[in-house]
Design a protein around this ligand. Structure first.
Ligand code: ATP
Ligand code: MG
Ligand code: MG
Ligand code: MG
Length: 439
């Protein structure tokens, strides 16, 4: 992309309404525009990052054997009357009436709708196990929308639902979700720690939230520092192997990690001093086994091997796709701007032309641009007639992980300058070498 032809409305002033770094930086870098409280337009740069996160989530869900689909944002109230949640959900639900006087709502989540789809089409244990998911906009009329896209009212969420014949199979689905979530966050350059969460009135232990450590997080978290050393890395995972998947979950759930809701001071205090950590955390996902909570009242049953009609065991599993954009920035920025992890960056490298209009410098930038594109990378070329300082500041603000600076002085020696956004370190090298380095 050439900056002269792009739409990147960066702000010079720091917007006063933004209380935390990620919100400020998303506004300043021209990623989002607020339309009204908790509702945002995703401008081109923000949209690119949102799409990259969505893509990682898709890839990891499909790898785990889960099937993508798409449900609508608007739902009929009647489905929610069947589960009893139409009245329970309260003010967070945006209720709408259509021209025929029918009650509708903008979906805050999709348990009822997916259960309706299941009961319409599935009748036998032979069709199980089944996990369906979608990535769709949700609406929750949050009492205090804040921190930009972190707590929006309209937000983008992946929600998946498993249908299993029995508890054991449903727990394997739960474990698959935990592992595929860990992989997704890791690919985004984030550490999100699974923490035992409060399952509310349903009871049982079978829910975990995933929290990114950040001072601006809304939850208070307590954890054993040993958990922050764990990495999945590039290990091969066979999602059909129940024991293997369960072993990975065990690895991640053995060290103590809880939010204030489930915190157990006695267990925590038993840890050695230096491993006892307290911090704030941002919830970027949650997995939940809830058994027959919806399948029973809504009649989602199958015939089991003996021919009995049984209610299926279900769970629901969510990732906050739009919140992740903010969470990633909270964890990756400095006072100059965003520092994108390679896995989600909107552009792989920035090209800064120090002498726009100089035939030689322009040609060198064009060559670099073409070489990066043919290497499968997406460059952002600042080809505007601007001061070098302004160009550097823009690249730093939008967080491109590598900057290639092309100027007349370097060109005399046949070199360009390659600078890491994260470390700030620069090196001079031939343009071809810079491209090879980034591949
Ligand atoms: P929170 O505790 O932050 O209100 P939640 O527990 O109500 O979140 P879930 O129902 O677990 O949310 O939804 C799954 C994921 O969707 C959350 O883990 C979070 O990442 C994301 N999410 C929930 N509410 C919002 C929101 N208002 N804005 C952006 N993302 C959200
Ligand atoms: Mg909530
Ligand atoms: Mg929560
Ligand atoms: Mg939650």
């Amino acid at each position: 992309m050439r900056l002269s032809r792009y739409f990147l409305p960066v702000l010079k002033e720091t917007p006063s309404e933004a209380q935390i770094a990620s919100h400020r930086l998303m506004l300043r870098a021209g990623m989002i525009k607020q339309q009204t409280a908790g509702i945002y337009s995703w401008l081109p740069l923000g949209f690119k990052v949102l799409r990259r996160i969505e893509q990682i989530v898709h890839e990891e869900q499909i790898r785990a054997g889960h099937i993508p689909m798409l449900m609508p944002t608007l739902q009929p109230a009647d489905l929610w009357r069947e589960s009893g949640r139409y009245d329970d959900y309260g003010e967070e639900m945006l209720r709408i009436r259509d021209r025929h006087g029918r009650d509708m709502l903008y979906g805050p989540t999709n348990e009822e709708m997916i259960t309706d789809i299941f009961r319409a089409h599935v009748g036998s244990y032979k069709d199980l196990p089944l996990t369906l998911y979608h990535i769709q906009w949700k609406f929750r009329d949050e009492i205090r929308p804040r921190f930009g896209v972190m707590r929006g009212r309209e937000f983008f969420m992946k929600d998946g639902y498993n249908f299993d014949l029995d508890y054991e199979s449903a727990m394997h689905a739960y474990n698959r979700h935990m592992v595929s979530y860990l992989r997704s966050y890791e690919r985004m350059g984030l550490q999100a720690i699974p923490m035992r969460a409060d399952s509310g009135p349903i009871g049982g232990d079978d829910t975990h939230e995933f929290l990114v450590l950040a001072d601006t997080g809304e939850s208070e978290v307590f954890y054993d520092s040993a958990i922050t050393d764990l990495r999945l890395g590039d290990r091969e995972i066979d999602y059909d192997d129940w024991d293997e998947v369960a072993a990975i979950c065990k690895e991640w759930t053995t060290p103590y990690a809880r939010t204030d809701e489930t915190h157990d001071a006695a267990q925590f205090d038993a840890l050695p001093d230096e491993r006892r950590k307290t911090s704030r955390g941002i919830e970027v996902g949650q997995i939940f086994y809830f058994g027959t909570k919806y399948s029973e009242p809504m009649g989602a049953t199958v015939q089991d091997r003996e021919g009995n009609k049984v209610a299926v065991h279900m769970g629901s599993h969510g990732i906050g796709v739009s919140r992740l954009v903010g969470a990633i920035i909270e964890a990756n920025h400095d006072d100059k701007g965003i520092i994108w992890p390679e896995g989600v960056t909107p552009f792989h490298a920035g090209i800064v032309n120090l002498k726009q209009g100089d035939a030689e410098a322009d040609a060198a930038c064009e060559d670099l641009y073409a070489a990066l594109v043919s290497a499968g990378l997406e460059p952002l070329y600042d080809d505007r007639e601007e001061r070098a300082g302004a160009k550097f500041a823009t690249m730093d603000l939008v967080g491109v992980p590598w900057r290639i600076t092309v100027g007349p002085r370097g060109m005399k020696n046949g070199v360009v300058e390659l600078t890491s956004r994260r470390s700030g370190e620069s090196e001079e090298l031939a343009p071809e070498l810079a491209v090879t380095r980034l591949k």
